[in-house]
Design a binder for this molecule. Structure first.
Ligand code: GDP
Ligand code: MN
Length: 383
């Protein structure tokens, strides 16, 4: 379950972190009243559990009640990343001098918690990780239960932080780690962690994801707004795949993490970007492949699909049957590039060819580049 910003900030405030004053509103009138209570200027934000709002025009600074109501009118009822904006967050405007990033996440490969910091906040942290990894601290927390503030301080020292900023960011980071441990979180991110002109360090944004399986231990958080993404990820787990929604618009189905990452890299090289990470794991059946593709169809951003499967033991004929079954339900006629290789590949190819889908192109070589090239051709033909 991914929290909306206000709920995330409430959790941060309970942990002792500094957050902006603010409140949620569901109409222009309510928003105006919240703003009057705070005093101008204020910031109006679409209250949906997804990032990237700043770039999409869903964060705006308002000097007057009239401006607040105008922004609310512009944001309400629109969608951001497939989420309907039904609520606004109105906050005191911060006098931000510098934006940093802090986060705590579960590291899937080690099962440990990872503390992260970057002096480059406000921008997408994935971009920092990709382009300037040296600017992102990723420190594996040896033991959350015995973690002390000075451990965080030491880790931050290595990133060149000093003085007052070091102390305040270490304190915020430590509180974030404690909240992470106490509340059974899977992810807690502050982006930006705002360093203000008056010396305060404030959580200007909040992304909090709680482990659904821990909700029985955290009854106070039951029923808080989750997101489409979290829901899709949970259903992915239910059908036996790993599914993570991303920002792009090309759906990817791959039979392993390596193949998935490789497909995503090739998409990126060709100027496309993946709408998701999806790994089927072992145990490929027709139903699993069909279910995987149907999950992609639910994402309104998806405008094309790459199916990239390799079967050593698994029957690729089964996989192909899944592709055909999902293809029958491809109501939007999304273009498909299909690459299926391995066990029973000939039978798989025949099954797909027999379906005669006009939107499917197939490659029979081990080159994912070719499949992505075909997808590009189909996308260009459509636009
Ligand atoms: P996101 O784009 O969905 O992650 O939304 P954020 O809450 O992070 O806001 C996007 C950007 O708006 C931030 O990185 C800040 O640069 C800016 N922003 C948000 N709140 C304030 C504020 O109170 N004052 C100022 N000056 N900028 C803000
Ligand atoms: Mn943000």
């Amino acid at each position: 379950m991914i929290f909306r910003e206000f709920d995330g900030k409430e959790l941060f405030a309970k942990a002792g972190m500094t957050v902006p004053k603010g409140g949620v509103a569901r109409s222009a009138g309510e928003a105006g009243a919240v703003a009057e209570g705070l005093g101008f200027p204020v910031v109006v934000k679409a209250h949906v559990a997804a990032g990237g709002r700043g770039k999409a025009g869903f964060v705006a600074r308002a000097e007057t009640r009239g401006e607040v109501e105008k922004f609310v009118g512009e944001m309400l009822g629109r969608t951001h990343k497939g989420l309907l904006v039904e609520e606004l967050l109105i906050e005191e405007s911060l006098d931000i001098e510098r934006e940093a990033y802090i986060g705590v996440a579960l590291d899937g490969s080690s099962g440990c918690a990872l503390f992260m910091y970057s002096g480059e906040g406000g921008v997408e942290i994935e971009q920092v990780a990709r382009e300037t990894p040296e600017k992102l601290l990723k420190w594996q927390i040896p033991n959350l239960a015995t973690l002390r503030e000075f451990h965080i301080r030491d880790a931050l020292l290595a990133m060149g932080l000093r003085g007052d900023a070091l102390n305040k960011i270490a304190s915020a980071g430590f509180k974030l780690c404690r909240a992470f441990a106490e509340k059974d979180l899977m992810l807690a991110e502050v982006n930006p962690l705002a360093l203000l002109g008056d010396g305060r360090v404030v959580a200007a944004d909040a992304k909090v994801e709680m482990d659904d399986n821990a909700l029985y231990r955290q009854p106070a958080y039951k029923g808080l707004g989750g997101t489409v993404e979290a829901d899709a990820e949970r259903r992915g787990r239910e059908i036996g795949i790993t599914y993570i929604e991303l920002d792009g618009d090309i759906g990817v189905v791959a039979s392993g993490a390596g193949l998935a990452m490789n497909t995503m890299d090739i998409l990126k090289d060709r100027g496309l970007s993946a709408a998701n990470f999806l790994e089927t794991g072992g145990g490929i059946t027709a139903a699993l492949i069909e279910g995987s593709i149907l999950l992609l169809f639910e994402n309104p951003r998806v405008r094309g699909v790459v199916v990239n499967l390799y079967g050593g033991v698994n029957s690729m004929l089964e996989a192909a049957k899944g592709v055909v079954a999902a293809g029958e339900k491809n109501e939007r006629g999304l273009p498909f590039a299909v690459k299926i290789l391995g066990n029973q590949q000939e039978e798989a190819w025949s099954a797909i060819e027999a379906a005669r889908f006009p939107f499917v192109r197939m490659v029979k070589t081990p080159h994912t580049e070719e499949a992505v090239g075909l997808l590009l051709e189909m996308l260009e033909a459509r636009s």
